[in-house]
Design a protein. Structure first.
Lengths: 209, 209, 209
């Protein structure tokens, strides 16, 4: 097992745990909780695979993903009352997952011979759409569209990875560089409470005045 | 036409009728009602086909599905005020559909050479995601995540079918066995008002105390 | 560049602008706005491509779509306070887009050898599901299911295109005819405030009376 694969499974675990917690707060039943945890963890990669025609999609060909998601869901349920003590650990795991998923998606785009711009879009899709599908199933507007430097961190990470690729850096260097970029952006954004500037909605003309 | 195909169409009709009734209660227009009926009936199988790369997806290659859904939608609209007298019949149809769709999905997974665990997941997906997509389009949290032994009945049914397959039972015996398992679990769950135990959400610590 | 391709990009621009305005009203951040604009513009065609297995999906192979969507989003953000003065222009663009997307989807269905009924369904899907996905991401019930002659105009347009095809009319004549049908239906429907008749929901029996 390579370090990269281990990190991939780490990200999967983190995303499954975040899905479990979101589902718990919606008062879903245990089966619903597991489905939400599952789609949060594999949704982004599944959408990527479907869009590029890489089927059967990834998790169908490697049961380890299914097993770690089952494990992560049960673990998150058991420790749910102590999760506030672990919030920093979870945040770190989640951010590592974000960096890794960004790399995986971008690299698959490159392998498939897609244009760099599309490969970057695939990286961002892989990293963020699990959370988007989780929020749709939970009947919320996807949180990544509304606040926090989250998708933006993936976007910068994917661009960093693409640059590393064009500079022909070794894979390991590119992986560490990209993940560090994503983690650094999120840490700084959270620490200094930075978010993208909001664009005010159109001014409504009062037709009766 | 085989009995299996007839049962498949029966399930399609039942799912289209349940979609029609859900859409009526959301006050959608006739076109919207038909779309909801359609995706409820074919959504699970469509998602399955997309995930495993079996495209064009099933209903595009056999117009009978389209015709029975049109028929079922119109029929449900006509009898909508008498539906309460038919609720037991509809429940039975829906449950037969559930059993049949579970079998179809699981069997396609086996045929594609996927792992038994993934084949079971495909069976459950085929049976339940039509309803999930219906609820997303109607802007509800999917009902199967919240109550009733529904997806769980499919899960047990898919496992029962997989066991039948490994025991090399004849197809017809396996079909009858699986569908009976799904129907029995749902009937018992509804009759005795059984649902999965709820897991309480994390205890919120009051930070001000 | 053919006229048809130019019209396709026109429709893409119009749909991206309508997505931008919808996202602005939901107070999304700039990244979220762009994603909504993007899926509104390419969502219908992407779903079509995924359903028939035409992968990688269209916009991944032609960067012009990405560029015009970026341009349209930024343009819509800049002019957002003057959009009410442009509403008739936008409506016309949107309707042209609707007609063009209907044609593209139906034609691809024919090219793939699918049944006319399925090809028509693909045309309607291509034209309308971008807006459906936009509304799902914005946590609304899809507007096309609720009011206005919108999807119905696509349906009639797709049938008109199919008839043109069977009469072996030249492509350009068929394109102009179909787009005119879609535009005419929408204009008349909006001018005379026509919508599909609503079907009243089932009468609830009061069980206590």
């Amino acid at each position: 097992m390579t370090i990269f694969y281990a990190l991939d499974l780490t990200g999967t675990i983190a995303f499954a745990m975040s899905g479990t917690l979101a589902a718990l707060n919606k008062r879903l039943d245990p089966f619903g909780i597991f489905i939400i945890a599952f789609v949060t963890a594999i949704g982004g990669g599944t959408l990527r695979d479907v869009l590029i025609g890489r089927t059967p999609v990834g998790w169908m060909l490697d049961l380890h993903y299914v097993y770690v998601i089952i494990f992560a869901t049960i673990f998150a349920l058991i420790i749910r009352n102590y999760i506030s003590y672990l919030s920093k650990t979870l945040f770190l795991f989640d951010t590592i997952g974000l960096g890794i998923f960004t790399i995986i998606g971008t690299e698959i785009g490159i392998q498939q011979g897609l244009h760099p711009v599309i490969s970057i879009a695939l990286g961002v899709t892989t990293a963020t759409f699990g959370g988007v599908i989780r929020d749709i199933l939970c009947n919320d507007i996807p949180v990544i569209f509304r606040k926090e430097i989250y998708a933006s961190a993936c976007l910068v990470g994917a661009i960093a990875f693409m640059i590393s690729h064009h500079l022909s850096l070794s894979s390991n260097v590119a992986y560490i560089f990209t993940t560090s970029v994503v983690i650094a952006i999120r840490l700084i954004a959270v620490k200094y409470n930075i978010s993208l500037p909001m664009i005010p909605p159109p001014i409504k003309k009062d037709k009766n005045s």
